[in-house]
Design a protein around this ligand. Structure first.
Ligand SMILES: CC(C)(COP(=O)(O)OP(=O)(O)OC[C@H]1O[C@@H](n2cnc3c(N)ncnc32)[C@H](O)[C@@H]1OP(=O)(O)O)[C@@H](O)C(=O)NCCC(=O)NCCS
Length: 223
């Protein structure tokens, strides 16, 4: 509760302003999330070969836009370490986010890409949604489908109030995903981010509130 104290000429009972409840981790996590063509879930140890294969198939595209991809290991043992580290972080009482994989619904645990909730802000019940899709599966609307359902679940089941997408402003595919999902463009930052090999880049911020989200268009979990 905030107590708002008024100046002496307005003396009286302090205004009590109820602080909105912070975000709490749903238990259990509402996963897996099944969409018509994908399954979104955490990565397990056995997914290491599939994740490595998907990353190798996509390294160029990932490196072009996602500086963090530089640190992604190039061998199975390294990828397994990453998966275990993500599991460890998920168990944290106040995680910074949830790294999830997008799997092919028709081919058990085939990794299509990644998504998740990042930069989690418990006080304001908001998080950033990230995404990547393997190069050879792009252009079929899979990312829009998976992320649309994840945002629906983010509001309905994870309890977020506001979800954001941040992207290099000239990453047309990523901007299109945010636009197709119906997110509102809220910022265009001039040369605010450094991408190795590309220099200072403009950054675009998109967001949507739970009560604005078109749940009919992005139906919740299909199963
Ligand atoms: C962004 C990304 C996930 C999109 O995956 P995808 O499965 O192809 O996405 P979708 O098919 O759902 O939609 C892509 C949209 O972008 C458009 N698009 C794809 N490549 C494009 C390009 N090079 N230039 C312009 N538009 C492009 C598609 O035409 C489609 O829009 P439309 O349906 O209106 O035609 C994928 O390109 C990717 O992984 N890129 C590398 C990683 C990345 O940039 N991640 C985002 C970081 S914020």
């Amino acid at each position: 509760m905030f107590r708002v104290f008024r100046p002496s000429w307005q003396l009286g009972a302090p205004i009590v302003d109820p602080r909105p409840a912070p975000w709490h981790r749903p238990d259990p996590l509402p996963l897996p999330l099944v969409t018509p063509r994908t399954v979104i879930d955490v990565l397990l140890d056995d997914d290491a070969p599939g994740l490595l294969e998907a990353l190798e198939a996509s390294r160029e595209g990932l490196l072009a836009w996602t500086p963090a991809a530089r640190g992604v290991p190039r061998d199975e043992a390294g990828v397994l370490d990453v998966i275990r580290e993500l599991a460890r972080r998920r168990g944290h009482a106040h995680p910074e986010g949830y790294d999830l994989a997008i799997f092919d619904r028709s081919a058990a645990r085939r990794v299509l890409g990644g998504t998740g909730f990042f930069s989690l802000d418990e006080t304001h019940r908001q998080a950033e949604v990230g995404y990547w899709l393997r190069d050879d599966e792009q252009g079929r609307g899979l990312c829009t489908e998976a992320v649309g359902h994840l945002i629906s679940s983010g509001f309905d089941r994870w309890g977020f109030r506001r979800l954001l997408v941040g992207t290099d402003a000239s990453n047309e595919a990523s901007v299109r995903v945010a636009e197709r999902l119906g997110l509102r463009k809220e910022s265009h930052e001039i040369r605010s981010r450094w991408i190795p090999g590309r220099g200072w880049r403009d950054h675009a911020g998109f967001a949507v509130l739970a009560d604005e989200w078109d749940h009919d268009r992005h139906r919740g979990p299909a199963a």
